[in-house]
Design a protein around this ligand. Structure first.
Ligand code: ADP
Ligand code: MG
Length: 637
């Protein structure tokens, strides 16, 4: 084939392929244009997850009538004039690519009324683009500012259209994009509506912490520590950097990094180096597989950071990455060390603060979780409730371990008068049955964590109680849910437990529904940013697992892509993941005292299940010292 110059439409479509991946990318580009135009309010209207309509209106400087045609040309921008400008980019846009790209893959309409040097044009003008067709510029009545409408995204690029996910999933991403950007621009008001429902309403405020909390949720306000570190002039060859942010207490840490908000000079970014600095700052304060909630906004001379390395500008390159790492690490460290990180035990309100890591064993963690057996029931627990609603409060605030206990006891009591209740009392839930097995041998529990006993051949077994119990439950749950295909027995809650979940998490939950059904969880959206859990597996309940932290962790996993629903094999592997989580949460913890009967039962199960030598994550459950080993070590052979 001879070499040919590509037609403009195709060039633009190729460019669009890099910048516009999905509706959220359109939203990102358009919001950034509005911010570049100095807008103080930005209203975003979406229909069908952005597939049919994305409309962004702002009150910014607008585009002069004479410039309208240029705005949709590729490589036409008002923001960059020379190569020197490229060295220090102070605007979001600079490539002049977004509008041309969008116009090549969607029906685009721009309506604008410009303000220049304090004078607003008498009327506005409008222009439409669809593929190669560009309308003439027509006069239009409109308020000062710009309205951009994008309809039928990817209508002429079917391959791209196929990659769009459900409207719920797409609006979730749009929501995330708007939130991340809005966090850094508290003086700009943002609203977002989807299918005529307002899902985000962020009023103007001069206070950046306020804006971040408006986005992150008031319920975690008290678990956020504000920090700031300014370096007015860089020391010996160092660049001047300042950093401001919010550091979440270890108690609200998550299972993935989605609650970390990083930005450089007002531009949201992803950056491994910075994520690492955050993680390091929390070393020793939480298990290394947890992700702190953190807002980290950096400001520095734009010449010290190259934003021109990623088509959607989501990644940047720092000239001195290690200096940036150091500043963030030390600013966060200082703040964390200066704070009292002991979790407030009274505040086990079932909200985010309850999502402490339950595996916190007797290790060096300074923050014992609710699962570690310290009595942390609120004072109410001793006051009997008087009215029905009081009972509900009382029940909700009770120590989860007690809750499980009460449930079993109530069930037994009810069964006395009414045999109907007895019917489900013998569900084959894999909780440890008491005294169901004859005593095996002498059993010793060491440090409430390890179990030492004798095996059939006279050797010594040392068992990690958590690891073995985890495996036992994993096998039994798998047998039931995957093998027999029976859903787990579930218990309806008197009052739904409320889990914070924005649009994207709600969408995830919807996708997970078929899966949740099989393990006995019933949950549905409750307003724009919460999910109500109406039923929960009885077995988790009886093992004292709290609903909210469990659901949070499940959603974290889903968000990390570990629970992709889809075809049968995907569901099967997702179920494995969920059962794994359930087993881990329900298993006795290191540090839990066990009765002789429980120890007996646990060891008896060891012989009955498959793969008892390792826990579901592959760590050993048991170490064995054979009689031969002993004889050798004592020099008897
Ligand atoms: P870039 O942002 O890289 O300059 P775009 O294609 O996004 O390129 O926009 C092209 C030009 O259109 C911008 O440089 C700006 O002059 C103008 N423009 C786009 N959106 C707006 C807006 N909302 N308000 C004012 N001007 C705008
Ligand atoms: Mg732009």
């Amino acid at each position: 084939m001879r070499i040919r110059k590509l037609p403009t439409l195709l060039v633009n479509q190729i460019a669009a392929g890099e910048v516009i991946e999905r509706p959220a990318s359109v939203v990102k580009e358009l919001i950034e244009n509005s911010l570049d135009a100095g807008a103080t309010r930005i209203d975003i209207t979406i229909e069908q997850g952005g597939a049919t309509l994305i409309r962004i209106s702002d009150d910014g400087a607008g585009i002069a009538e004479d410039d309208l045609l240029l705005a949709v040309e590729p490589h036409a921008t008002s923001k960059l004039a020379s190569a020197a400008d490229l060295e220090a980019i102070g605007t979001f846009g600079f490539r002049g690519e977004a509008l041309a790209s969008i116009g090549s893959i969607a029906r685009l309409r721009i309506t604008s009324r410009a303000t220049a040097e304090g004078r607003t044009a008498e009327s506005g003008a409008t222009l439409e683009v669809a593929g190669e067709r560009i309308s003439g510029v027509l006069p239009a009545g409109c308020a000062p500012g710009t309205v951009i409408e994008v309809r039928d995204l990817f209508y002429n690029t079917p391959a791209r259209r196929k990659f769009m996910r459900s409207p719920q999933a797409e609006i979730g991403r749009i929501n995330d994009t708007v939130q991340r950007t809005a966090m850094m621009h508290p003086r700009v008001a943002f609203t977002l509506s989807h299918n005529d429902r307002k899902t985000l309403d962020l009023p103007q405020t001069p206070d950046r912490a306020r804006r971040c909390i408006d986005v992150l949720g008031k319920d975690i306000e008290e678990a956020l520590l504000e920090f700031e570190h300014r370096e007015l002039r860089g020391e010996a060859g160092q660049l001047p950097i300042s950093v401001w942010g919010l550091a979440g207490l270890p108690s609200i840490a998550r299972g993935n990094g989605t609650a970390q908000y990083l930005a450089i000079n007002g531009r949201p970014i992803r950056d491994r180096n910075l994520q690492h600095a955050i993680k390091e700052a929390y070393r020793g304060l939480m298990p290394m597989d947890r992700f702190p909630v953190a807002v980290v906004f950096l400001e520095m001379d734009p010449r010290q950071v190259d934003v021109n390395v990623h088509p959607a500008k989501a990644e940047v390159r720092f000239r001195q990455p290690s200096a940036v790492h150091g500043v963030v690490l030390s600013a966060l460290r200082q703040r964390l060390l200066g704070a009292d990180l002991t979790p407030s035990v009274g505040a086990s309100d079932g909200g985010w603060r309850g999502s402490m890591d339950q595996r916190a064993g007797p290790g060096p963690s300074p923050a014992p979780g609710p699962g570690s057996g310290t009595g942390h029931g609120p004072s109410h627990a001793t006051e009997p409730p008087r009215s029905a609603s009081q009972f509900v409060d009382y029940f909700r605030q009770m120590d989860p371990k007690q809750k499980g206990f009460v449930y079993e006891e109530v069930k037994r009591e009810l069964a006395k008068d009414n045999p109907m209740f007895a019917a489900d009392a013998d569900d084959d839930s894999p909780a440890l049955p008491l005294a169901a097995h004859p005593s095996v041998a002498t059993i010793l529990q060491v440090r409430n964590s390890y179990v030492v006993t004798e095996d059939e051949d006279g050797g010594i077994l040392i068992v990690d109680q958590h690891a073995l119990h985890e495996r036992v439950m994993f096998e039994e749950l798998s047998r039931r849910v995957l093998g027999e295909g029976k859903p787990l027995e579930s218990q309806r809650l008197l009052m739904p437990e409320v889990v914070r979940a924005g649009a994207s998490r709600q969408a995830l939950l919807e996708e997970l529904n078929p899966l949740l059904e099989r393990i006995g969880i019933e949950a549905e959206p409750m307003g724009p940013d919460a999910v109500g859990v109406h039923a929960f597996p009885s077995f988790l309940f009886s093992r004292g697992v709290e609903v909210v932290p469990f659901m949070e962790e499940l959603l974290d996993k889903a968000e990390a892509g570990d629970l992709a629903a889809g075809d049968a094999t995907a569901i099967e592997s997702a179920l494995h993941e969920v059962i794994d989580l359930m087993s881990c949460k329900a298993a006795v913890k290191a540090g839990d005292r066990m009765t002789p009967e429980e120890l007996n039962a646990l060891l008896a199960r060891r012989g009955e299940i498959e793969r008892s030598s390792n826990c579901p994550h592959g760590r050993p459950t048991t170490l064995r010292l054979t009689l031969k080993d002993l004889e050798k070590r004592f020099g008897r052979t």
